[in-house]
Design a protein around this ligand. Structure first.
Ligand code: ATP
Ligand code: MG
Length: 328
C-alpha cells in the first residue's frame, strides 16, 4: 500500500500541439489532482513517436511546446515532475524483463494498437508498434504510480500494465502496485472529422491556436445535411462532437446547447462553438504566450524533471534486479 500521497503518472507523445481532447480528456484532471496534493509525474514519451512514422520531426520544438502547454494549464514544477522518456535510460532496462512477461498474442490483441496501425504513416508495422504498450508499462511502473489519468484509448494499455505488475509480483515477489486508470467525464473527445481528436490526424483544435485559426478549423469541421441540431453521438458524430465542445467550454448540458441552436444549422452551430472555445481558452492562451517568450525557463523545468525521474528510476531498477536474482 502506498504510505505517502498517491502518485500519478501520465503523459503525451511529442507529435504536435496539445488540443482540446487532451484538455478535457486528461489535462484538466491532472491539474485538479496536483492541486489536491497528489504527486504528479508527466512523461513525454519521445521514443513512442516512431511507433507510427519513420522519423520524429520537430521533436525538440514539440517537446518544449508540451511543457509550455502543461505550464499554461496549471502544471506546477515546484510540486510536479515532467521528463522525457529518452532522458531516463533505466526505463529501457525495465522494458526487457517486462517483455518476458507478455505473450505475442496479447500484444496483437490490443484494440488501440490496431486503431493506430490503421492510421499509421508507415506501410509496414514495426516491432515497436506492438511493444510500445510494454514500454509504457515501464513509464508507469518505474515510479510506482497508483493512478493514471487517461483518455479511453489508453485503457487497454493500462490493463496490460496491470497484468505486467501482477505477473512480475507473482514471479519475483511484490515490487509494483497495480495502477488504476482514471477516466475523466470526457474520455473521448471527437475531432473536426467526427473521429477521435488526435494530434496526428489533422482533426484537432490546438490549445495554442489563435482565435482566427480556431474559427478556420471549426469552419472546416464535418457536419451533415440536417439543419436541426441535436446531440446524438452515435448517429451524428460530426455535429455531436461540435455540440459537445461548446457544452464543455460553457459547462452546460449538450442537449441544452443543441436545443438552443435548434434549426439554425451547421453555420450557427459553428459560430457558437468558435465563440465558446475562444472565450474558454483565452486565459490559458495568455499564460501560454508568456511561457513561449521565456523558453529558457521551460528548458530548465525539463532539465530538473529529467534529473528527478532518473533518480526514481535508478532506485526501482535496482529493486527489480535484486528481486530477479541479482542481475547487474
Ligand atoms: P497522437 O495522434 O500523436 O497519438 P493524441 O492526440 O492521440 O496524439 P497522445 O499523446 O497519444 O495524444 O495521448 C495523450 C493523452 O491524451 C492520453 O491519455 C490520451 O488518452 C488522451 N487523449 C488524446 N486524445 C484524446 C481525445 N480525443 N479525447 C480524450 N482524451 C484524449
Ligand atoms: Mg495517441
Amino acid at each position: 500500500m502506498p504510505s505517502a500521497a498517491p502518485r500519478i503518472l501520465t503523459g503525451d507523445r511529442p507529435t504536435g500541439p496539445l488540443h482540446l481532447g487532451h484538455y478535457f480528456g486528461t489535462l484538466h484532471n491532472r491539474v485538479r489532482l496536483q492541486n489536491e496534493g497528489v504527486e504528479l509525474l508527466l512523461v513525454i514519451p519521445d521514443y513512442q513517436v516512431i511507433t507510427d512514422r519513420d522519423v520524429a520531426e520537430d521533436l525538440v520544438t514539440h517537446t518544449e511546446n508540451l511543457v509550455v502547454d502543461y505550464l499554461a494549464a496549471g502544471f506546477d514544477p515546484t510540486r510536479s515532475t515532467v521528463f522525457t522518456h529518452s532522458a531516463v535510460p533505466a526505463l529501457n532496462q525495465l522494458l526487457l524483463p517486462f517483455l518476458s512477461l507478455v505473450s505475442i498474442a496479447e500484444l496483437g490483441r490490443n484494440p488501440t494498437v490496431k486503431d493506430e496501425i490503421a492510421h499509421s504513416r508507415q506501410s509496414a508495422v514495426s516491432g515497436l508498434m506492438y511493444t510500445y504498450p510494454v514500454h509504457q508499462a515501464a513509464d508507469i511502473l518505474f515510479c510506482k504510480a497508483d493512478l493514471v489519468p487517461v483518455g479511453q484509448d489508453q485503457v487497454p494499455h493500462l490493463e496490460l500494465t496491470r497484468t505486467i505488475a501482477r505477473r512480475f509480483n507473482d514471479r519475483y515477489g511484490h515490487v509494483f502496485p497495480e495502477p488504476e486508470a482514471l477516466l475523466s467525464a470526457t474520455p473521448l473527445l471527437l475531432g473536426t472529422d467526427g473521429t477521435k481528436m488526435s494530434k496526428s490526424r489533422g482533426n484537432s483544435i490546438p490549445l495554442g491556436a489563435t482565435p482566427d485559426e480556431t474559427a478556420a478549423l471549426i469552419r472546416r469541421a464535418t457536419t451533415d445535411a440536417d439543419r436541426r441540431i441535436t446531440y446524438d453521438p452515435d448517429s451524428r458524430p460530426g455535429v455531436s462532437g461540435l455540440v459537445q465542445l461548446a457544452a464543455l467550454c460553457q459547462d452546460r448540458d449538450p442537449h441544452a446547447v443543441a436545443a438552443e441552436i435548434g434549426d439554425g444549422g451547421a453555420a450557427a452551430l459553428k459560430r457558437t462553438v468558435t465563440e465558446a472555445v475562444n472565450t474558454y481558452l483565452a486565459p490559458l492562451r495568455a499564460r501560454r504566450a508568456e511561457y513561449v517568450r521565456d523558453l529558457s525557463y521551460v528548458r530548465e523545468v525539463l532539465r530538473e524533471g529529467n534529473k528527478r525521474a532518473n533518480a526514481i528510476a535508478e532506485v526501482t531498477l535496482d529493486e527489480v534486479r535484486d528481486a530477479m536474482g541479482g542481475f547487474r
